[in-house]
Design a binder for this molecule. Structure first.
Ligand code: MG
Ligand code: MG
Ligand code: MG
Length: 308
């Protein structure tokens, strides 16, 4: 059995690509099982319901020496807890590389907007049939990660592949479908503040300066803005608990392509203001067109800390 898994705090791109790649491997005659490392978010739930696909099983550990393939991540700390005891055979991803292996493995990392684009390419290259369900799932992954082509991570390849996939999936109104996805993601009810922060949270090491960065992509920014006080308090606690130098939480308005960042303390505020020329709006740092952690926030902070 080959286990296919995405990153912790699973998003639609990781869950969709994991399910689609398992389908690909099965069609190649292999025994593959998609798993997730945690509860899926409301956007992913909407997508799986829409296409009638069952939610992959949650696993936090796998049996010793089990064969695994990592999708949509390549960093150990974003992966399954006992990765060191497993037999890593392949990585497919679109993030910066932070990977060390004991033996040669298959690696496919490309600067594309979504891991689902990479999986679709694999189907197309090998001329393997894509079912309409899987095509729809791949489309959803591309829409989610590129914010339906609003994010600067978007490439021509993503657009081209999505068009090809929709010849199979035949989603009539993609604009409406994407809005429904984003609305599902934004519908958080009375989620606990610690869970809100963890929905899309990753930690980074910038030249020895360790930062935690949570993002919330939403069509309802008011929801998070109203909770900014409790979010800030939790960021402070998280910073202490994980012994970090900085913790921030960026609220991204998907449709307006703007963001507001809540910062744990003054230190983060100073850095963020310097790096992004952010405008202070009642304690929140506003930046126009800042919508991508991967392509904008992380590289700029990396650059800033290079000489520190
Ligand atoms: Mg992801
Ligand atoms: Mg992704
Ligand atoms: Mg994302």
């Amino acid at each position: 059995m080959i286990y296919i898994l995405g990153h912790k705090n699973p998003d639609t791109d990781s869950v969709s690509s994991v399910i689609a790649y398992s389908d690909f491997l099965k069609k190649e005659g292999k025994n593959a099982e998609p798993i997730t490392l945690g509860k899926i978010n409301n956007e992913t739930k909407f997508v799986l319901d829409y296409f009638g696909i069952k939610i992959p099983e949650i696993k936090t550990e796998l049996p010793q020496n089990a064969e695994v393939i990592l999708l949509d991540h390549n960093e150990k700390k974003q992966s399954i807890d006992n990765l060191d005891d497993l037999n890593l055979i392949e990585v497919i991803d679109h993030h910066k590389i932070n990977l060390k292996t004991e033996k040669p493995i298959n690696v496919c990392i490309k600067p594309l907007g979504s891991s689902c684009t990479l999986i679709a390419e694999k189907f197309l290259e090998k001329n393997i049939d894509i079912s309409s369900q899987i095509a729809g799932l791949l489309i959803a992954g591309i829409i989610s990660d590129t914010l339906f082509f609003r994010s600067p991570t978007t490439t021509e390849k993503d657009k081209d592949i999505l068009k090809k996939l929709n010849k199979i999936a035949k989603i009539e109104n993609l604009e409406e479908f994407s809005l429904n996805m984003f609305q599902a993601k934004s519908d958080l009810g009375n989620i606990k503040v610690e869970d809100l922060i963890q929905l899309d949270y990753k930690e980074f090491d910038f030249n020895g300066h360790r930062w935690g960065i949570g993002v919330m992509e939403t069509t309802n920014k008011q929801y998070a803005l109203e909770r900014k006080k409790e979010i800030k308090e939790k960021l402070k606690l998280l910073k202490k608990r994980n012994n970090l130098e900085g913790v921030i939480f960026t609220i991204i308005d998907i449709l307006e392509e703007k963001s507001w960042t809540i910062l744990a303390e003054e230190n983060e505020k100073n850095v963020f203001q310097k790096v992004f020329s952010a405008v202070d709006e009642e304690g929140l740092l506003f930046v126009d067109k800042l919508v991508s952690r991967k392509k904008q926030i992380v590289p700029k902070l990396e650059d800033y800390f290079r000489s520190k």
